[in-house]
Design a protein around this ligand. Sequence first.
Ligand SMILES: NC(=O)c1ccc[n+]([C@@H]2O[C@H](COP(=O)([O-])OP(=O)(O)OC[C@H]3O[C@@H](n4cnc5c(N)ncnc54)[C@H](O)[C@@H]3O)[C@@H](O)[C@H]2O)c1
Length: 444
Amino acid sequence: MSESQGNNQFEILKGKIERGEAKMAIVGLGYVGLPLAVVFAAAGYDVTGLEIDAAKAAAVNRGESYIPDIAAETVAEYVKRGNLRASTDFGLLREIDLVTICVPTPLRNTGDPDLSYIISAADQIAPYLRPGMAITFESSTYPGTTRELILPKILNGRALTVGEDFFLIFSPERIDPGRTNYTTKTTPKIIGGMTANCGEIARIWYERAIDKIVPVSSPEVAEMAKLHENTFRMVNIAYVNELAQICAKLDLDVWEVIDAADTKPFGFMKFTPGPGLGGHCIPVDPHYLSWKMKSMHYNTRFIELASEINTNMPRYTVGLVQDALNTVRKSLNGAKILVMGVAYKADVDDMRESPALDVIHLLTAKGAEVDYYDPYVPAFELDSRTYRSLPRPERALQSADCVVILTNHKVFDRTALLRDAVLIVDTRNFLGEAGRDNPKVVRL
Ligand SMILES: NC(=O)c1ccc[n+]([C@@H]2O[C@H](COP(=O)([O-])OP(=O)(O)OC[C@H]3O[C@@H](n4cnc5c(N)ncnc54)[C@H](O)[C@@H]3O)[C@@H](O)[C@H]2O)c1
């Protein structure tokens, strides 16, 4: 296709977006895709969610939400208005101008990236690629994915030119489930176009829905910026987890040390220790970078070291439980343990990579009888067993040999914990000052 025709596609698509006529599809309606769908629908876009999970698509069409940060009423409102719907039929892409890919990027059991979701999403889009289409890719991944993997997959041998006939952009998602002070709409959005035209299309498209757009010079910069953000967190969390172990050896209260350091008004950022990393991002994304660098014969030392320290935290936590029981002449073998909170962080229902899984696995392997209470997580599977949350924690609080606080959900009752439990291991400093110098509380 000639340059002038190509530029024409740019002008045509730009005009469609500016007139509010461009139709949008979001591939993958999970923690990232559903909030995005709602934000773009709120901005007036006609949004179709494409999901392989028929139950999720059906829920959206019934006006329901399965993501805690998104109210069902919000989904229902846009579905009723007619500018939000979901389907499992990728044939709907025939009518779509703007496609956003939000599929998972997990790790395989071996610790290597599992690119199968990206590949299948690109394969599903490829038959419908046509001049005048723009595609943004939002999944967290290694630098080079958009150019080396997505582009050839969606082209599938066709002679279309990116930046002229169609537009391809990487725009990392930064949503933080459970956070209320920054949302999908108010968190600045990085966009890295394959060409200047690609970046410009994405800017015009996203600017209508998201408050601040941050254009960068390439998809690789955008991909790397996302990994930098998450690796920064992973390394700092590892450092503070090691600091907790250092302070324990020096008989210092790590929480007091951190709070004191946090009074410095510049050059310091507060991170807190815990029972291990969790979620879909921090424990996973840096490994996309280390995998990529291994292929270039470079060893990412900070990532390896941080991963080693963080991965050991569940074991360290179990050691604290064992030592705490020891002080009351009990062994872990046969002890009744009540775990408070299994979600990977406070006030969310997300169990992905939750350190609670490792902690409970290790406790059980040592012969402990484990119950848990988490109002956000009614049940989960571990070691071929279904664990179900106690409907209420009161009785177990009194009967447990040790209560282990793994997640600092706001709804937990501090007073009841301190009054009723005989022994508490608090890995989140949930009990704060009340747990300090308290003979029945062991703090991480
Ligand atoms: N969850 C977060 O907090 C967060 C934050 C920032 C970035 N991210 C990144 O965003 C991406 C998506 O994460 P998520 O948390 O939304 O995952 P998720 O598992 O919640 O959602 C992904 C959805 O994609 C669907 N899906 C999978 N393959 C598909 C396909 N071929 N076609 C259509 N749908 C498909 C799944 O059924 C699922 O509903 C990941 O790369 C993740 O690292 C996540």
